[in-house]
Design a protein around this ligand. Structure first.
Ligand code: NDP
Ligand code: MG
Length: 390
């Protein structure tokens, strides 16, 4: 049959379940061939009950941890990171949805790109860690990278209305997160629970914290840099608290094209899977029968210093992205464990970035080695909190 066969990497996450909604609503157009998860095997088994993929993969638990008969008997259950890469590259896979969180998503994405697959890319960390290497590999294998991140999906859509040389700027919108209007002295005190309460988007914990620090926008600037091939000085960020304008492209004649829709990831997931076509789907519609306002304001780099790191790293390239990403991943989990204060997330990331041994043209091995180095440094980085606490 003509259904697109999808390998969904990270099926149990926020993007993963959005992708399940999309596929459920597109019968006959797309089916799951592989679903993967890390440790939430019950949720993965449930998805397998419904979608009956040929393969399921678990990377964070062993076979003996999983109840016998948890999965339908016709689903082959595989274990380990290698199996994710194998299924991403398998002949039977048409499209890979890359929705694992963090640099852990790189391996499967890389395998898919190497095998020339179409990749619906939610895992922005892949582009932050290894953007130039991934795009070069894609050019060689013919793999297409279709953005799922809502800002990049918006830019991808707007770019289809003009030629690359006619583009003046990519304008990424940012919600500003839960602390957009908090004074700086309050930011020092905010807790993980405060930061996990996002005003417009419902997402996984890591990206929700990134959104509160605006590190998410920093990572997205770097993602845009490599995904679309525009230099950092052609990328801008504007705060737009309603999260309805998902991003914009300004062309050389001054015309700005924007993509609008309610804040719901099912639309960019679906667009990545149906592109270059559009189909009716499950995403909510803008309700223009009610009055509402759209507002825009410049970002406050003093309260959200992480954002500057994004521009710096987008300019530097090389190993800087891998180091920033790894330092931030560790900082976020230490913040969630209560070991770091909110403002220390950006502070830690900056100091590890500054201390690293920069290489301009790294291989994948070098990038992965720098990632490991930065993680170790970030785990050992001394928080001022630990001095004041027993
Ligand atoms: P979640 O935390 O909700 O889900 C992460 C998924 O990855 C889960 O399926 C999880 O499995 C799996 N996973 C976690 N760690 C590993 C690992 N070490 N190896 C293999 N699989 C792993 O994340 P989100 O869905 O929020 O985000 C996924 C990606 O999409 C991120 O890169 C994020 O930046 C990006 N993104 C997300 C958006 C959103 O709205 N959520 C918007 C734009 C981009 P398990 O459930 O078993 O732990
Ligand atoms: Mg985004």
């Amino acid at each position: 049959d003509a259904s697109k066969r999808i390998a969904l990497l990270g099926a149990t996450g926020s993007i993963g379940t959005s992708c399940q909604d999309v596929v459920r609503a597109q019968p006959g157009r797309m089916v799951f061939d592989t679903l993967t998860a890390h440790s939430r095997w019950r949720e993965l088994a449930q998805a397998c009950d419904e979608f009956r993929p040929r393969f399921a993969v678990l990377t964070g638990v062993r076979r003996q941890d999983v109840a016998a008969n948890a999965f339908p008997s016709e689903v082959t259950v595989l274990y380990g990171d290698e199996a994710v890469a194998e299924r991403a590259a398998a002949d039977e896979t048409d499209v890979v949805v890359s929705a694992i969180v963090g640099a852990a998503g790189l391996r499967g994405t890389w395998a898919a790109v190497e095998a020339g697959k179409t990749v619906a890319l939610a895992n922005k960390e892949t582009m932050v860690v290894a953007g130039p290497l991934v795009t070069r590999l894609a050019a060689r294998t013919g793999s297409k990278l279709i953005p799922v991140d809502s800002e990049h999906s918006a830019i991808f859509q707007a770019l289809q209305c003009g030629h690359e040389r006619e583009v003046a700027r990519l304008i990424l919108t940012a919600s500003g997160g839960p602390f957009r209007t908090r004074p700086k002295e309050h930011l020092a005190q905010v807790t993980a629970a405060d930061a996990l309460d996002h005003p417009t988007w419902d997402m996984g914990p890591k990206i929700t914290i990134d959104s509160a620090t605006m590190m998410n926008k920093a990572l997205e600037v770097i993602e845009a840099r490599w995904l679309f091939g525009f230099p950092a000085d052609q990328i801008e960020v504007v705060v737009h608290p309603q999260s309805i304008v998902h991003s914009m492209v300004e062309f050389v004649d001054g015309s700005v094209l924007a993509q609008l829709s309610p804040p719901d990831m099912r639309l960019p997931v679906q667009y990545a899977l149906t592109w270059p076509e559009r189909t009716a789907g499950v995403s909510p519609r803008l309700d223009l029968s009610q009055a509402f306002a759209l507002s825009f304001e410049p970002p406050d780099l003093d309260r959200f210093p992480a954002l500057n790191l994004g521009f710096e790293v987008a300019r530097q390239g090389g190993t800087a992205g891998a180091v920033l990403n790894a330092a931030n991943e560790v900082a976020v989990s230490r913040f969630l464990r209560g070991e770091l204060s909110f403002l220390e997330i950006a502070r830690l990331s900056r100091s590890i970035l500054a201390a690293h041994d920069f290489e301009a043209e790294p291989t994948l091995d070098v990038v992965l080695r720098q990632d490991r180095w930065a993680r170790e440094e970030a785990e050992n980085w001394t928080s001022l909190m630990s001095h004041s606490q027993p």
